[in-house]
Design a protein around this ligand. Sequence first.
Ligand code: F6P
Length: 539
Amino acid sequence: MSLRERAAWKALAAHHAEIGGKHLRELFAEDPSRGERLSAEAAGLYLDYSKNRVTDETLRLLVQLARECELEEQRDLMFSGAPINTSEHRSVLHVALRMPKTAPLVVDGVDVVAQVHGELDRMAAFADRIRSGQWRGHTGKPIRAIVNVGIGGSDLGPVMAYEALRHYTQRDLTFRFVSNVDSTDFVEATRDLNAEETLFIISSKTFGTLETLTNAHSARDWVVGQLGDEAAVAKHFVAVSTNADRVAEFGIDTANMFGFWDWVGGRYSMDSAIGLSTMLAVGPEGFAELLAGFHEMDEHFRTAPLGENLPALMGLLTVWYVNFFNVQSVGVMPYEQYLKRFPAYLQQLTMESNGKHVTRDGRPIDYDTGPVYWGEPGTNGQHSFYQLLHQGTRLIPVDLIGFGQTLNPLRDHHDLLSSNVFAQAQALAFGKTEEEVRAEGTAADVVPHRVMEGNRPSNVLLAERLTPRVLGALVALYEHSVFTQGTIWGIDSFDQWGVELGKVLAAKIIPELTGAAAPNPEHDSSTRELIRRYLALKG
Ligand code: F6P
């Protein structure tokens, strides 16, 4: 059945016509306990969703929509290892990456949890050797710098987690991340490093990604160039991949390879062996805490009633805005400097997952799917783009993420920071009326400029402080919110065919740019001219 034909969808459309214009000021005035009531809590995260343009009836209908779209059944299928990634005929089992050792999960005759823990144990043994200085480089020196080479899910998770957990990292180890095929990325990341003390982690699920393999070859040249011996590769390179053949072909001993499985999507892989750099940074115990946080949120998502279920609620609210308010984008603003790369991480998670135009069974879609996710650390954003959030013509729901404690107490900085979380949510919701502006004695011609319409929705997420465990819970929260949205929209949130065409076309153009082939006269006139000019500029 098409989504538009579902009873709950139709009821939501009628309901939106009725209450869509209602102001948050009215909603709060009608229910003095709204602020406490419309909240939920799990895995160390408190969600205040009271400043959303919803009534109890909206929430009831959204939950009904979730039921009609079989969210609970789809969720259970995912947790059971069913091949819910239909276009790739794969299971979607990132939740197994964080299941405890004691809970076996057998899929197609294989205990995937035992496999996961086998790999975690290998990673932990390796991490201990690197962190303690026991693993020696080619010339006998301990490793002091770790460079993760990967892109997309093989980079964004590792770099986000490293930045987020920097407080907990072993500070005598330096971590760098190279992703872009732009040579500047590699050159700047390695310019002050010494190959004798540097370990490269080549992270690629497929081990076939052009950017990563190009950077990996440059890394090998850099190591061999400095150390003067091909044999150095053995001590300065490890791989993380699902493709042992390609790893061996590249020249990395598969004994130094950490594996994962095709049931882990790239953007869902930061808690697999792709997190090796994270484990090297925070240690096996810190990594175990991260996994525990993920698992706690997984369990909440799996078991809590939909009306109290954080990821389900956040996903359903996004559907409400995207499909009934025509919202195009969602902002995520962490009020925690360590989470500065969290929005970038979320962009792949959300947009590669839900940027889809057909249903799971290939039918075209006649409603909007995934919104644009974006964001920056909060207070910086306030002095930049928040103007548009407050007074622009577009409705942009935001998630504001705050913490009760800072990891770096300094005078009253943290209270000043946190006051902004609450003040921004307040200003967005309630704004400032014309009467209020006039009452301040504002000159008549300036009044319209100072009026703030308000009625702009936000979620506030609050946790005690940023720990590996809280980070795990936070990431799992968004993973399952994405799952909830994708399930309502009836799409495959786990493939990414849209990124393929550009790769294929680039592969055809490369020889024309390197001089290995003559420029192709069959290109469209724009591409032909751009290539001609590029070659002229290249000289
Ligand atoms: O091109 C997109 C993508 O396939 C992502 O989904 C993935 O995370 C990234 O490329 C990197 O892929 P790999 O880990 O195989 O190098």
